[in-house]
Ligand binder design. Structure first.
Ligand code: FES
Length: 131
């Protein structure tokens, strides 16, 4: 099996069995984002303790790239500080996916990262706190 096939299998595995999928009832912030071009959606909810992303879950619908990227992203950000997460960029997500992502699919790949970073930004601004 080539590396490419291996990564594609991993993407399908995350797509079919997404990690950290679901709704976090006890959360510090949430952020919804969508890709208007295709109508796909991601909502991220996260629990912050101190400066650390203690827990994070997502729900959404969309293509395998957008949903697998959300699943992979939630796996690596748990336990990171908010500042560390804010430094992640599209290259980090593409690295997680492990396959070349063309300009059209890049939007899919970063949908969850953009939602998470916007959520953190709002959280810092005191918007969007849960109850
Ligand atoms: Fe819509 Fe990928 S095609 S997020």
């Amino acid at each position: 099996m080539s590396f490419d096939e291996l990564y594609r299998e991993q993407i399908m595995d995350h797509y079919k069995n997404p990690r950290n999928h679901g709704v976090l009832e006890n959360f510090s912030f949430k952020f919804f984002d969508n890709n208007p071009l295709c109508g796909d959606e991601i909502e991220i909810r996260a629990l912050v303790e101190g400066n650390v992303l203690k827990d994070v879950r997502f729900t959404g619908k969309g293509c395998s790239i957008s949903q697998a990227a959300a699943s992979m992203l939630t796996e690596i950000v748990k336990g990171k500080t908010l500042a560390e997460v804010q430094q992640l960029n599209r290259d980090n997500v593409i690295e997680l996916l492990g396959i070349p992502v063309g300009p059209v699919r890049v939007k899919c790949a970063v949908l969850s990262l953009v939602a998470l970073k916007n959520g953190i930004a709002e959280f810092h601004n005191g918007v969007n706190k849960n109850g």
